[in-house]
Write a protein that binds this ligand. Structure first.
Ligand SMILES: [Zn+2]
Length: 298
């Protein structure tokens, strides 16, 4: 048994499972998680399979697709009055966000585990990569971590490292899947009905997504790491905070043009569309699929 990776509470109950691995739910903050330690045969070197069939023009197009949303997200950060213009994107992948931040006048660099992604980021966008350990303490004005914390063994340890790298009043932006989203809730209820309560899995899948944060759990984790919550929202995957890849890659995989659905077929596609519609509506009601939180370093 291990403590909640978000709020460190030792109290949990069985909640579901994936690949025979039990999922626990924290009785204090509601966060769901796989007990640590995780046995992880996972290699982030191969985490971005599309790198191998994207050419130069495709990468340019991918960047253009993201520009408007990322400019909006950077403006949202500026509104919070960061103490400088040094930005570190943790889990930067090929560096789309760093590239757009650079265009907007930020001194941006990325941290990334996948060497092939780094190679593409340097080649296509001239992104500057670094290792978190090499970043001097107190040197960053902003740290962003989009869809990373749910992958990590110790989100608290990572947030503490971010706090160390930030100057006081520096801004931290975190995006993670929302354990309390409406579409997740409805899916869980359906699965419980059809397959029994232990089949529930939510946004967790072993061994990649190992923590399913609730808003309370994420806030508790960041507070313990030395941050004050500025604001937290539960947005839909269609909001200006999402990366368009998440939706588009699904249809891309389906190869809509040749009308040949991938394994899982039309039923799977219908399920995705239904979840998308629910998420879209839930976003308006403040119960969308993504949790977007802004914090300020104490
Ligand atoms: Zn907890």
């Amino acid at each position: 048994m291990s403590n909640c990776p978000a709020c460190d509470s030792p109290s949990s109950r069985p909640w579901g499972s994936d690949q025979q691995e039990p999922i626990l739910a924290c009785l204090n903050c509601g966060t769901t998680y796989f007990a640590r330690p995780i046995v992880r045969p996972l290699d982030y070197e191969t985490y971005y399979p599309y790198l191998h069939y994207f050419d130069h023009s495709r990468f340019k197009w991918e960047l253009a697709q993201r520009r408007r949303r990322f400019v909006f997200q950077l403006q949202e950060i500026e509104r919070l009055g960061p103490p400088g213009r040094t930005l570190l994107d943790f889990g930067a992948a090929v560096g789309y966000f760093c590239a757009i931040a650079g265009e907007a006048g930020w001194d941006a660099s990325g941290v990334e585990a996948s060497a092939p992604a780094i190679e593409v980021g340097v080649r296509e966008f001239g992104v500057c990569y670094t290792a978190l350990d090499s970043v001097p303490a107190g040197s960053c004005s902003v740290v962003t971590a989009f869809h990373v914390l749910e992958h990590l063994d110790s989100p608290l340890g990572t947030l503490q490292a971010f706090r160390e790298k930030l100057t006081p009043r520096g801004i931290l932006v975190v995006h993670v899947p929302n354990q309390e989203s409406m579409s997740a809730f409805l899916r869980y209820q359906l699965k419980k009905l059809l397959k029994g309560p232990r089949a529930r899995q939510g946004s967790l899948y072993y061994p990649e997504h190992i923590t399913g944060f609730t808003p309370a759990g994420l806030a508790a984790c960041a507070t313990a790491a030395g941050f004050d919550l500025v604001r937290s929202s539960q947005v839909s995957a269609f909001s200006r905070f999402h990366d368009p890849w998440y939706i588009r890659n699904y249809f891309h995989e389906h190869n809509i043009r040749s009308l040949r659905p991938r394994p899982g077929g039309v039923g799977d596609l219908a399920k995705k569309v239904a979840c998308g519609l629910i998420d879209h509506a839930a976003g308006w009601a403040g119960r969308g699929d993504w949790l977007v939180a802004h914090f300020r370093a104490r």
